[in-house]
Write a protein that binds this ligand. Structure first.
Ligand SMILES: [Mg+2]
Ligand SMILES: [Zn+2]
Length: 250
């Protein structure tokens, strides 16, 4: 018998994990802030000398030294466009009862500000990323995910500050009793490690011709999840809603 309420069939059954840069956002949030706030020259000068997180933390120090405020950074982030079909995909998946999480190597402040500005922050149950806080001088501080409160990961596929595969494994452990299907959407090299941890009932949606897609194609390790590539927001929306439909029917 068909259920009266379609939501009852998908609640607790589907976890959708979203990368942020070049996935939810078409551009890269760090790049956006560096370019828009005139930090390109200093960024390029220091990029060989500092790990990425420390470099971004240093950029925020520079803004603070120049007298730029948190409001200036928020105004800059509020100019970030999101593809309307990505916004629509997020809202639809949430309305259908899917659990949505962001897993990103950007940072908490940039991601939260952008999602709030586009009215989709509340669609996500969790944002796992490099933590931030605003200190008492009003400077934005950015820290690595591993090393602040989380111990080092020892994974050779991932940058020292974040192993997305390890985070995914923890999510799988906490839901091992349920028959939850995971859909993982991403584009970057850092999304390959979690892709290898997905199972046969799961799906990975790599952005076509971006590093994750190329790593999947070239992989000597078998890829267990079903692979559905996408190029833009329109295609992502279409494929994602189709996958959700499929899980709801089975
Ligand atoms: Mg990305
Ligand atoms: Zn890893």
């Amino acid at each position: 018998m068909a259920p009266a309420n379609p939501q009852s069939t998908v609640v607790g059954k589907m976890l959708i994990i979203w990368d942020f840069d070049r996935t939810i956002m078409d551009d890269d949030s760090d790049r956006w802030v560096v370019v828009e706030m005139g930090l390109t020259q200093l960024f390029n000068h220091l990029r060989q000398t500092l790990p990425w997180n420390s470099l971004m933390d240093r950029m925020m120090e520079e803004l603070h030294t120049q007298g730029k405020t948190i409001e200036d950074i928020i105004n800059c982030l509020n100019r970030v466009p999101l593809h309307p079909q990505i916004v629509s995909a997020i809202k639809s998946a949430h309305a259908l009862g899917c659990d949505l999480k962001v897993l990103s190597d950007a940072n908490q402040f940039f991601i939260e500000t952008i999602l709030k500005n586009h009215g989709v922050y509340d669609c996500f149950s969790e944002i796992i990323t490099n933590p931030t806080f605003v200190d008492k001088e009003g400077r934005l501080r950015i820290f690595p995910y591993h090393g602040s409160t989380v111990p080092p990961h020892g994974c050779n596929l991932c940058p020292p500050n974040l192993c997305k595969g390890l985070v995914l494994n923890k999510m799988q452990d906490s839901t091992s009793e349920s028959k939850q299907v995971i859909i993982y959407i991403g584009d970057g090299g850092g999304d390959f490690c979690p892709t290898l941890k997905l199972g046969e009932k799961d799906h990975v949606m790599p952005r076509k011709n971006f590093p994750l897609h190329n790593l999947i194609i070239k992989s000597s390790i078998p890829i267990k999840p079903k692979v559905r590539e996408w190029s833009d927001g329109e295609e992502l929306n279409k494929i994602l809603l189709h996958l959700i439909d499929d899980v709801m029917l089975h």
